[in-house]
Ligand binder design. Structure first.
Ligand SMILES: [Zn+2]
Length: 468
């Protein structure tokens, strides 16, 4: 059992006792031996059992529990099985969070913190969050997740989804704290790379909603997509719903929290999102402070500053973004003009040649008259004009273009082929969507020559233009 009655009437838990006596097991044991802890159900004396940190609990002296305690113990077993995959830091972090929230109980009306399993054992829940925070008539399921790895852990993902669904059905708000990991952020293009298991851990808090409103306003006032301006290339259709992920890192004497706020880019692999900033660390007291019927989970003043800063960055980037757009437009016009010029020059040249050709034909017709064939002859005369234009601007098939894209990925495309692909893409813009953006970007590093790179950069521009 995790809970007991201390001194006859005070409800307490094993973690509270640990905190109260600074983990002095000997002292806590003595209190138990002197009858300090009694069963909240049957009133009999309880003793302390403490193996590893998971096994700290109260137990009946007699060795056999009363009926209610038995139910609770059975549910605790279930909870422990669910937490079997967690690292040894899990109960430590859980305990820090519990104690911090416990300390706030006295300063807020209607706030109390319980272990999920103690609070809901009677109802025999399918899943238990580590903690349940009650704020007046609202309940928040708080869970800590450790041992999260980049590999797609299907079992874990499924379990998180099922838990989320279960808690939601029970009417609880959900908060996950993920044990710290190295963030994979690319602030140059404002990308956060997420692990598959992290996607379902992101939540939408009041602070996230403030960001969503802020972004909508920013876009309305300036008309340009935030993603475009910051150079972020969406993989999927993206809305502007901001979500956040919370990381927790356990030190010896305290834990720190950090937050990353982003807009998720679809719900398919590779998981990524548009991130606003690098995120920041918070002390436990800031992250877990209670306000507005919820956990704050953010530094309100800092968030305000970050929004202002983001707006400033946006406005600065917008100027150069518009400039680039105009340059691109100009470049495109110039390109088009060159093509037109080349074409007309060639036509002129061909016409002259054609004239001579015809002259010769007319001469030969005199020597070998075949008037019936004249119509067909004139038709075939026109053919070279078309095929010649094609050879100057080679038209490749879509199939061929797809093969060339595969060659790009493998680092095997030649400059001539890249040129052909580029001209194909210019007249078949929808083809841009067939290129896997990430693989394409990755492949660029495989090419060294300046010419190759410049073709690839042109292709990259085309893709960006057509994807955004
Ligand atoms: Zn009992």
């Amino acid at each position: 059992m995790y809970s007991a009655i201390y001194g006859g009437f005070n409800q307490t838990t094993i973690e509270e006792e640990w905190r109260k006596y600074n983990g002095d097991l000997e002292l806590i044991r003595n209190i138990g031996e002197k009858g300090g802890y009694t069963c909240p159900f049957c009133g009999s004396n309880l003793r302390i059992r403490a193996g590893n940190v998971y096994d700290r609990h109260f137990a009946h002296w007699s060795g056999t529990s009363c009926w209610e305690a038995k139910i609770q113990e059975k549910q605790i077993e279930k909870y422990k099985r669910q937490k079997k995959r967690e690292a040894p830091t899990h109960p430590v972090i859980r305990s820090f969070i519990y104690n911090e929230l416990k300390a706030q109980e006295s300063s807020h009306k209607g706030v109390y913190i319980q272990h999920g399993v103690t609070a809901k054992a009677k109802e025999r829940w399918t899943y238990y969050p580590d903690l349940i925070l009650t704020i007046q008539d609202k309940e928040i399921a708080i869970s800590v997740l450790t041992n999260v790895t980049p590999e797609k852990d299907k079992k874990l993902i499924r379990s998180i989804q099922k838990q989320n669904q279960f808690y939601r059905e029970k009417g609880l708000e959900i908060v996950w704290f993920v044990e710290d990991r190295e963030q994979t952020l690319n602030m140059h293009e404002h990308v956060i790379h997420l692990w598959a298991s992290e996607v379902d851990l992101a939540i939408e808090t009041a602070e996230d909603q403030k960001w969503t409103t802020f972004l909508k306003k920013l876009k309305q006032e300036n008309h340009y997509s935030i993603f475009n301006v910051f150079g972020y290339v969406p993989v999927n259709d993206m809305d502007t719903k901001v979500k956040s992920l919370y990381y927790v890192s356990a030190q010896e004497e305290y834990v720190t929290f950090s937050v990353n706020r982003f807009i998720l880019d679809g719900n398919t692999e590779p998981y990524q999102g548009f991130v606003f900033n690098e995120g920041y660390d918070m002390r436990m007291g800031t992250a877990l402070s209670i306000g507005n019927l919820s956990l704050k989970l953010s530094d309100t003043a800092l968030e305000e500053w970050l929004r202002n800063d983001f707006q400033k960055q946006y406005e600065e980037k917008l100027v150069s973004y518009i400039e680039t757009l105009e340059e691109k437009k100009k470049r495109k016009q110039e390109e088009q003009q060159t093509i037109e010029e080349q074409k007309s020059e060639w036509m002129k040249h061909e016409k002259e040649k054609h004239g001579e050709h015809r002259k010769k034909r007319q001469e030969s017709r005199h020597t070998n008259p075949s008037p019936d064939n004249s119509f067909f002859a004139r038709e075939t005369e026109m053919l070279p004009t078309i095929s010649k234009v094609e050879s100057v601007y080679p038209q490749i098939t879509e199939e061929k273009a797809e093969r060339l894209v595969q060659k790009i990925y493998k680092g095997k495309i030649t400059a001539e082929e890249a040129k052909n692909l580029l001209s194909y893409m210019k007249s078949n813009r929808s083809f841009c969507h067939k290129i896997e953006w990430r693989r394409f970007l990755h492949a660029q590093s495989l090419y060294q020559s300046y010419q190759m790179r410049s073709y690839l950069v042109d292709i990259e521009y085309l893709i960006r233009e057509n994807r955004m």
